[in-house]
Design a protein. Sequence first.
Length: 367
Amino acid sequence: MSHISISPAPARSSGGSPTSSTPADGAVSARSPLGPLTIARRAVGPRDVLIEILYCGVCHSDVHQARDEWGGSLFPMVPGHEIVGRVARVGEEVTSFAVGDLAGVGCLVDSCGRCGPCRRGLEQFCERGAALTYNGTEMDRKTPTYGGYSSQIVVEERFALKIPAALDPAAAAPLLCAGITTYSPLRQWNCRRGDRVGVVGLGGLGHMAVKLAASMGAEVTMLSTSRSKEADARRLGAHSFELTTDESTFANLAGRLDLIIDTISAPHDYNKYLGLLRPLGTMVIVGIPSGPTPVAAFSLIGGNKRLAGSAIGGIAETQQMLDHCAEHGIVSDVEVIPIQRINEAYERMIRNDARYRFVIDLASLAR
Ligand code: NAP
Ligand code: ZN
């Protein structure tokens, strides 16, 4: 693929350091493989930090968006929202980061900060629309955002997370999306010791859900299509493993689970899984298949069941999750790859051959 340059991002402050030209990797269309790009990062404003990116996790959402499976993708696109790096510069008003600190950036880079959801720590639901880390725009609704498959990112300090020193930086990167996306619904639905939690799909999100639910004292049942993952599921903390390709699983487990976290990335029948809930149980959908799935009224009415959704998590809760992971020694199981293997990693993720998260070592990107 030819090398493509993208015009500079406007600075947020006058007089600061100039915008910087940054090597990156991304897609120019939904049908093209990823390849080298050059992007511009804005000048470091008074409340900004400049992060030299060390590692970036590869989320299935990157694949969905780079291939426009959800519709509305913006190109050129530099994916990546599981970013860990080192702070290389700070604006003059920055108080919580210093040069040399390890910092993380997840799925959000800005929000209005004033609306009800923002004030409640739910920046992902900002009434003006949060600025997503990539495949979105800054709050000016014009300047495109570019993600972590790049050498540097500039972000307001309130959207940068502190990476606890106890966590390996490469293995901590996936916590910024896979970690918070599974931690948040476990907390919201009050996962506690002894609860019977089902995790559906053992991928990037699923393996974090197993580790986190187990760390909260839950009795975890892994529901998977892949027999080959059984030993891993148990090592990660699952107490039992059930094959969902075997119809008897749905009869044997009917009415047993308090909470289900469904991470499946492809269309599937929610009704079957709702049958596994006890009365008043909750199934939370976090996986985002591209098409809709019918839900029968009887699947919910028999047993006053709840079918819920959950989107990532707010900034304060993301920090809380990172601190929880440091306290419990939890990181992601990762396969670190150079950027040159990103297209192969996408294919392997689609083939269900990730164990359990690819993480890009950005030292491999020509700087
Ligand atoms: P992943 O690593 O590819 O894992 C998905 C897992 O789903 C696979 O490992 C597989 O588990 C199962 N699966 C895949 N295809 C299936 C099929 N046809 N039928 C049944 N099971 C299937 O993906 P991920 O990164 O964890 O992401 C999972 C989903 O969550 C994606 O749709 C992603 O976009 C979404 N997501 C949502 C949020 C949010 O805020 N809600 C945040 C991040 C990601 P088994 O082999 O165990 O069956
Ligand atoms: Zn993600």
